[in-house]
Structures are given as structure tokens and as C-alpha cells.
Design a protein around this ligand. Structure first.
Ligand code: PLP
Length: 403
């Protein structure tokens, strides 16, 4: 008997894999870390920072973690849906009371907003309808890969006017001319990454009318609720959209607004056409989740559940989130005042803004001034402090367009 060990392998399993480019943002982080200059500025990494430059654990999270540690008596498995009470309580924050009670809407916990988007992609693929996913650009760099990895077709259309540093709504809508009934339209619910722009109330209404009339299915990525204008304000456009269309998906992240980043806390809600249709949707979500990650990590979701269950914790979380939001908006106002080319930033929202500069300027800022951002010129507003706005804008000014 021979085991066939003497036969040479025709091919190695992995010999067709290509080298992959390093993550651009991680490279920026590495360069910043290695820079010895004490006055260096990191506006690259996409996490909230306080005035001391820290990304602290929120007060309510600390309190809830202490309660969880003292009271949790089992680490036994939960189901593929994760902590359902977490998802249901979070639905009242994200969707509002009316939609949270709508029997057409079903949701489960996911590993972060990324997990929610990936589950959405798999669910859409499982529909068998092969819709195209329409994504306005620029966008969060992971959006395209998430849908393509699920074998979906992605088409992009312009969202942003670089010259005006503003959303180009007419071009965005015109870019949907070839979208077909049943195609999926990805929308940032608020605090657009990377541009910081957002739809006005009227624009959300126009989009809701258009989406309903054309039979498009909105997939709303809500990753920064509460960091733009406020919890309800940031969700208003998405809620209006859900009320206007029969079917929709909402991919949610708690990783920014609860500052739970590495705990990977998210949820996916799907609005089906009828309560009866929501049942197989939910069952399919559970089957897909089972093969993707079996069940999501528990800790962060349990913390969010404890916060939302306890009136005092919830109040403190809302207060601290409002403080974070106010700090970002104060910095936005300071940037807007500091240079006419930065004026649009004052009226935009969330952590990010896209500077009207090219990659050469980004490189010069890095080498000459120790200011770190990705090549596209996206900045994390919270990487600044009131006292670093002036040196930041002074270094930036030679590279800004004259207005
Ligand atoms: C627009 C957008 N959607 C989703 C996510 C994913 O968030 P999470 O870290 O919860 O996976 C991010 C993260 O940066 C994001 O910017």
C-alpha cells in the first residue's frame, strides 16, 4: 500500500495567491508612532479622541462592566442571534419606538457594523435576485470589498464635489439613472465617512420618494449615531426612509457611539414587506450568521444592554455622547473660522472631513510638520485640540485652494 507521498504535488494550494498591499491607514499609524517630534498631530486614525488625545472607556461602559463582572454567572453560548434583548433595546435608540415595534422589522446582533454589512451582503446574495449594489463615492474603503466578497455586483456613482468640499446631490441622484428595480442603494445614515457631509431633511425626503418610486432597496449604514447632531437628529433621515419604502436594511455599529471599538458591537435590522415575510428573513439571517461567526462576541453587547436597561447608566451615556459630539462640533467651528477653504467643515458632521488637498500636500504635511493623515486627505476632527487648530491650519494653508 502506498500513501502517495512519493508523488510530487502538481500545485501548492496557495501558490496562486497574490501579494496584498498593506493597509494604508495602518502604515500612517506606524509612521506617526515612529515620529519623535513632540508636537506631531495624528488626524489619521478614525476613533474619537478627547482633549487629552485619549480614546477613553465611557463612564457608563465602566459602570456597566463592573456590574457585568459582579453579576454574570455563566459564559455559556448564546444563539446565533446573540443577545436579543440588547438588539431590541438598541432598536428603540436607532429606529425609534414606532419602527422598533413594527413586526415587519427583525434584527440580530452582529460583530460590529462590519459584521452587519457582511451579513446584509450575504442575505442580499441569498435572495437570488442578483441586485447591483450602488455606492456613492468616496466612501468607507471597506464598503466595496464587503459586497464584492459576497459575489455581488457593485457600481459606484459620484457623491462628493471636491472643488466645493460638499455633497453633490444632483450628481449623486443622476448617477442612479441605470439602477434597476430591486437594486440596493447604500446610504450613510449620518456622519459620512470620509467626507463628513450628510443629506438635508429635504434631500432625505427626495431620496425616499425616489427610492420608493424606482423600487430601490435602501441599505443604511448607521455607524456614528449621536456624533453628528444628536441621537434622534442623526437617525431622522433613516427613519423617514424606512417609513417610505416596503423593504430596507439597517447596518448599525455601537463601536463609536459607545466607544467599544475592539469589542465589536453591532446589529443588522431588516424591514421586510410584510410581518409574514420577516419570518424567513430572520431565519435566513440566523442560518447565515451561524456559518459566518456562529454567534457574535457577547461582552460589548451585554454592556450596551446593561446601559440601556438602567435609566441612570443610559442618562450618563447620553450625556457623555453629547459632550463628545459638542467637542467635535466646537473643533469644526474653529476650523471653519480659521480659513475660508475650510468653512464647509463647520456645517458638516461627525468625526471626518475630506481636505481639498492632494497626496503631495499630505506627504509634505507629514515630513515637514509631523501631521499624519491618509493620502486621500481625510482627517479625523477629534485628532485636533483647541490649541492645535492654529498650527494645523498654518501648516495646511499653503496647500489650500484660494477661495
Ligand atoms: C461608514 C462605516 N461603516 C461601518 C463601519 C464599521 O464599524 P465597526 O468598527 O463597528 O465594524 C465603519 C468603521 O469605521 C464606518 O466608518
Amino acid at each position: 500500500m502506498t500513501l502517495g507521498l512519493d508523488r510530487p504535488l502538481a500545485t501548492a494550494l496557495f501558490d496562486s495567491l497574490d501579494r496584498q498591499p498593506p493597509d494604508a491607514l495602518l502604515a500612517v499609524i506606524g509612521l506617526h508612532r515612529a515620529d519623535p517630534r513632540p508636537d506631531k498631530i495624528d488626524v489619521g486614525v478614525g476613533v474619537y479622541r478627547d482633549a487629552a488625545g485619549a480614546t477613553p472607556v465611557m463612564r457608563a461602559v465602566k459602570a456597566a462592566e463592573a456590574r457585568l463582572l459582579a453579576g454574570q454567572d455563566s459564559k455559556s453560548y448564546l444563539g446565533a442571534e446573540g443577545d436579543q434583548r440588547y438588539t431590541d433595546l438598541l432598536a428603540t435608540v436607532a429606529l425609534g419606538d414606532t419602527l422598533a415595534a413594527d413586526p415587519r422589522i427583525t434584527g440580530i446582533q452582529t460583530p460590529g457594523g462590519t459584521g452587519a454589512l457582511r451579513l446584509a451582503a450575504e442575505l442580499i446574495a441569498r435572495s437570488g435576485k442578483a441586485p447591483t449594489i450602488w455606492i456613492g463615492t468616496p466612501t468607507w474603503p471597506n464598503h466595496g470589498p464587503i459586497f464584492r466578497e459576497a459575489d455581488l455586483t457593485v457600481r459606484t456613482h459620484a457623491y462628493f464635489d471636491t472643488a466645493c468640499s460638499d455633497l453633490d446631490f444632483d450628481t449623486f441622484v443622476a448617477g442612479l439613472a441605470e439602477a434597476r428595480t430591486g437594486d440596493v442603494l447604500l446610504l450613510h445614515g449620518c456622519c459620512h465617512n470620509p467626507t463628513g457631509t450628510g443629506f438635508s431633511t429635504e434631500q432625505w425626503q427626495t431620496l425616499a420618494t425616489l427610492t420608493a418610486a424606482r423600487g430601490l432597496i435602501p441599505l443604511i449604514d448607521l455607524a456614528y449615531q449621536g456624533l453628528g447632531r444628536g441621537l434622534d437628529e442623526d437617525a431622522a433621515g433613516m427613519r423617514g426612509m424606512l417609513a417610505a419604502v416596503p423593504e430596507a436594511l439597517v447596518a448599525y455599529s455601537c463601536d463609536k457611539n459607545f466607544a467599544l471599538y475592539r469589542e465589536r458591537v453591532g446589529a443588522l435590522w431588516v424591514q421586510a414587506a410584510t410581518p409574514a415575510a420577516a419570518i424567513p428573513v430572520r431565519e435566513t439571517m440566523l442560518v447565515l450568521a451561524r456559518s459566518l461567526w456562529s454567534m457574535p462576541p457577547d461582552h460589548g453587547a451585554a454592556v450596551v444592554r446593561l446601559i440601556l436597561e438602567d435609566a441612570e447608566f443610559a442618562l450618563d451615556w447620553r450625556a457623555e455622547l453629547a459632550e463628545m459630539c459638542a467637542r467635535i462640533n466646537d473643533l469644526r467651528a474653529a476650523l471653519g473660522r480659521a480659513h475660508p477653504a475650510l468653512a464647509p467643515i463647520a456645517g458638516q458632521q461627525g468625526l471626518f472631513a475630506l481636505l481639498p488637498i492632494d497626496r503631495d500636500a499630505v506627504a509634505t504635511l507629514r515630513t515637514l510638520h509631523g501631521i499624519y493623515m491618509p493620502d486621500a486627505g481625510r482627517i479625523n476632527i477629534a485628532g485636533l485640540r483647541v490649541d492645535t487648530v492654529a498650527p494645523f491650519v498654518a501648516a495646511l494653508t499653503p496647500h489650500l485652494p484660494h477661495c
